[in-house]
Design a protein around this ligand. Structure first.
Ligand SMILES: *Cc1c(COP(=O)(O)O)cnc(C)c1O
Length: 388
């Protein structure tokens, strides 16, 4: 692992790397192809699907931030997940995934498993008996999301990795909800880390991207080979923008954390809140694990609104500082209704099993002034009460 602090890595990777004009900020390389110095002499970069300087710079920064051996920047987070299963799993191999994983991940694993590409089993990884039974089936990969989406359940990554290793399984962690600033899965024993860089890493809701980082150098080469083979790599312009967003990741995460804490304090005391989910709450499942393995609790907050569905509709419509939208991790605050939005690809039964009901709302707390965020929630609750 690098001896530099995270903010320094995020800010300085690629700075002053331009040997031609000595530009402080690295230029963007939009070229699709590169000239060979002479016949038979293959340059470092030959074609931008397999390699591109702008994309490599982002990969280097994120790989260093996560303490990995190598990483591939992909066209989106889903492409990174698909790259992992394409590279590692054969028809007889099993992947164990959480029953409350990201909706798109659930759809990808389910659809490809139904085609016979590999086998999948969705389990509640916080249930030791269910997890032990799944491990006994000798999975090739354990897929982990912690905190999970949308109920923010916390998994003990270090303990899971020890169990997985003993069973001969690889562990891949989707670290999208916390970013390397608040959680570093490779240091906890994970073999792979995946990000939807669309979220906190780019942080400005204007690029869709992803990365797959490997803890092992040989595996990193295998992943890079597969990325070129299946065409999973990201665009140079997207990589340039994402690196620009990454520069401020550390201060943004601090502010997300502070704003999230203020919004949470307000929601906790509100009579219109029937249930609340956040790892910082002492009675939240896995709170003690989160305290140990995370450097912060994150600014994703889920809660159930008391009252009727009509009141929920009024509440969501009345908000001015929270846009009704999927996604998360941008400077602007968002609100999502998981059962009809992010998790609609899951059947009603699968949603029920994951604990998602129609009263559940999920906030991505952004970087607006927190007093405005709290005031906005207060007036929306008031409007909901008035129609009740
Ligand atoms: C958004 C998201 C993904 C998928 O990433 P895309 O960039 O949308 O393809 C995967 N996992 C989590 C936790 C996410 O939030």
């Amino acid at each position: 692992m690098s001896d530099k602090k995270l903010a320094t890595i995020a800010v300085r990777t690629g700075i002053e790397s331009d040997s031609q004009h000595h530009a402080v900020v690295p230029p963007i390389y939009l070229t699709s192809t590169y000239s060979f110095p002479q016949l038979g002499e293959v340059p470092q970069f030959d074609y931008s699907r397999s390699g591109n300087p702008s994309r490599n710079m982002l990969a280097d920064a994120l790989t260093e931030l996560e303490g990995g051996a190598g990483g591939v920047v992909t066209s989106c987070g889903t492409a990174a997940i698909n790259l992992l299963v394409s590279a590692i799993l054969g028809p007889d191999d099993l992947i164990i995934a959480p029953h409350d994983c990201y909706g798109g991940t659930y759809r990808l694993f389910n659809t490809r498993a139904n085609k016979g590409d590999f086998k999948v089993e969705f389990v509640d990884q916080s249930d030791p008996l269910a997890f032990a039974a799944a491990l006994a089936r000798q999975p090739k990969i354990i897929w982990v999301e912690t905190p999970s989406n949308p109920l923010l359940r916390v998994i003990d990554v270090e303990a899971l990795c020890q169990q997985a290793k003993a069973a001969g399984a690889l562990v891949a962690v989707d670290n999208t909800f916390l970013s390397p600033v608040l959680q570093q899965p490779i240091a906890l024993g994970a073999d792979f880390v995946v990000h939807s860089t669309t979220k906190y890493i780019n942080g400005h809701s204007d690029v869709v991207g992803g990365i797959l980082i490997s803890a092992d150098a040989e595996q990193a080469e295998n992943i890079a080979w597969w990325a070129n083979c299946i065409g999973a790599t990201g665009a140079p312009f997207d990589a340039y923008l994402t690196l620009r967003g990454l520069r401020t990741l550390v201060p943004r995460m601090k502010m997300h954390e502070e704003n999230g804490a203020q919004v949470l304090a307000f929601l906790q005391n509100h009579p219109q809140v029937a249930a609340i989910y956040h790892p910082s709450l002492p009675d939240h499942p896995g709170h003690d694990i989160a305290k140990r393995q995370q450097k912060g609790f994150g600014s994703m907050i889920s809660f159930e609104l008391a009252g009727s569905f009509q009141q929920l509709e009024v509440f969501v419509k009345a908000l001015k500082c929270f846009s009704l939208a999927e996604s998360l991790g941008g400077t602007e605050s968002l609100i999502a209704h998981p059962s009809s939005m992010t998790h609609r690809a899951m059947s009603d039964e699968a949603q029920a099993e994951a604990g998602i009901n129609t009263a559940l709302l999920r906030l991505s707390v952004g970087l607006e002034d927190p007093t405005d965020l709290v005031a906005d929630l207060a007036q929306a609750f008031q409007q909901a009460v008035e129609v009740g």
